[in-house]
Design a binder for this molecule. Structure first.
Ligand code: 5AD
Ligand code: SF4
Length: 474
């Protein structure tokens, strides 16, 4: 029988995911690794035998959240032990990688610390925890050395040790597929090169195999993931290094996959082939997340981004020449050390010139160990807040204008979940806009043509035109 302990009891794991889509993918894969050990997913830590926090280190706030959550889990563990049971606590992801042993020191109730490149070894780590169980004291405190740690960047790739994906990895017709990891660009604000390690691209054969398995498990949409996904250079089926564009063209041939997306990209890696793919691969959705971070040449240089504002502008012109309705999204950081009013004005001007369909905006967060943290002229939180507000207001207007430009058109929507109000379902347009309609839960997981009726700041509402699966806009 599936998901059953040898003594007949089910084991349950609760996985909480912080941060980016890469972590969502990793959490799903951890569930895949744990399933053969008898672990079923639980929606609630209260009912779990094992809790995994899959953490994010990108900004200070994200990291600090982990410790407050660990405090709550420690209390739960103490309660359990008093009642004669137990709770295993694992910290995975980028905080695990960055802080390692420090986590066990700050919170001794933690049993496992496992980095993003080592989680395929979770079964072994759980076995080590079980062997060490007798070393632990009753109240959740422990003798030094009782927690187990694996934050190596192993020579073997975790991808070669993960089980094939299944229905559990497809959510309402959509799935993530990690094709590239790590980063060698060393932007001066960013921890990723330290937490995720050097850039690595999976071989195309492995990616295609996983994509076929996802399609067979019901995926109609795949989002290719990587910290620098457009730097993809995996070994191709023919033995040569394939670009992302070459991989996308091969994926577009898989039956049933009607939507392809990729994230997140770097402006330096948008090659001619990839730009062309936006014009000629119908499965490639008209949406591109292309972080620019700043519109000031001086700040772009200080960030070590390796390009200037003009490079970004030219790229956008070329993309729009082949795909005029492309929805462009980006990331911005305000208040990088030394950012002057004039630098910030340059960012506002760039945003004004380009026109974005959506964006993520962040206050610069000083991350220990990055070159940016050592720079003088760190800005006050007040200055960052003011700039963030101005930028968000401009980008918010642009997002609403983009949403309004689609009102009255009929678009294919992939329905993902029930809406907030009863009788409502929520899906995504090709431009990744959230679209609400009145409809049944049986639409979830399928693509339905919708006439868009009204636009709001962050979403649109519409009505179902036809339930023709995989339909295209009328
Ligand atoms: N402070 C603020 N934002 C950051 N990002 C990365 N590092 C930092 C930092 N130290 C943002 C960037 C990146 C996104 C994933 O997070 O905009 O593109
Ligand atoms: Fe971080 Fe820059 Fe690498 Fe992106 S390109 S992951 S921002 S170092």
């Amino acid at each position: 029988m599936k998901n059953v302990r040898t003594n007949g009891q089910r084991k349950r794991v609760f996985i909480r995911t912080y941060g980016c889509q890469m972590n969502v993918y990793d959490s799903d894969r951890m569930a895949d690794v744990l399933r053969p050990l008898g672990y079923a997913l639980s929606e609630d830590p209260e009912h779990a035998d094992l809790v995994v926090l899959n953490t994010c280190h990108i900004r200070e706030k994200a990291s600090e959240k982990v410790y407050s959550e660990l405090g709550r889990l420690r209390d739960l563990k103490i309660e359990r032990r008093r009642a004669g049971g137990d709770l295993a606590i694992a910290v995975a992801g980028c905080v695990a990688q960055a802080e390692g042993e420090e986590i066990i020191r700050r919170q001794p109730a933690v049993d496992i610390v496992v980095g993003p490149q080592a989680y395929h070894r979770l079964p072994e780590l759980l076995a080590r925890v079980a062997r060490k169980a007798d070393e632990r004291l009753f109240d959740g405190r422990r003798r030094p050395g009782a927690g187990v740690l694996d934050t190596e960047f192993p020579a073997e790739s975790k991808f070669d040790h993960l089980p094939a994906p299944s229905e559990a990895d497809v959510r309402a017709g959509s799935a993530f597929l990690s094709i590239q990891e790590g980063c060698d660009k060393f932007c001066t604000f960013c921890v990723v090169p330290y937490t995720r390690g050097a850039e690595y691209s999976r071989p195309a054969t492995a990616v295609l195999q996983e994509a076929r398995a996802l399609a067979a498990a019901g995926a109609v949409e795949i989002t290719l993931l990587g910290q620098n996904v457009n730097a993809y250079h995996g070994e191709g089926v023919d033995g040569s290094a394939w670009t992302l564009a070459r991989l996308i063209r091969a994926l577009a041939e898989i039956d049933g996959l009607v939507r392809l997306r990729y994230t997140t990209s770097h402006p330096r890696d948008m090659d001619d082939d990839l730009i062309a793919a936006h014009g000629c691969v119908p499965q490639l959705m008209p949406y591109l997340h292309l972080p620019v971070q700043s519109g000031s040449d001086r700040i772009l240089e200080a960030m070590n981004r390796g390009h200037d504002r003009d490079h970004f502008r030219r790229l956008v012109d070329r993309l729009r020449a082949v795909s005029p309705d492309l929805a462009l999204s980006s990331d911005f950081i305000v208040g990088f050390p030394g950012e002057s009013d004039a630098d910030f004005d340059d960012t506002m001007r760039l945003v004004d010139e380009i026109g974005f369909a959506s964006a993520y905006t962040f206050k610069y967060s000083r991350r220990p160990g990055t070159p940016g943290a050592a720079l003088g002229d760190q800005l006050s939180d007040g200055a960052k807040t003011a700039r963030l507000g101005a930028l968000q207001s401009l980008l918010g207007d642009q997002q609403r204008a983009f949403n309004e430009s689609k009102v009255g058109t009929v678009v294919p929507v992939l329905f993902a979940e029930a809406g907030r109000k009863p009788g409502q379902v929520l899906g995504k347009s090709p431009w990744l806009q959230s679209v609400y309609v009145e409809g049944d839960a049986d639409m979830i997981g399928s693509i339905v043509n919708v006439r868009l009726l009204a636009a709001y700041a962050l979403s649109l509402s519409g009505e179902v035109v036809s339930k023709q699966p995989f339909g295209v806009a009328a």
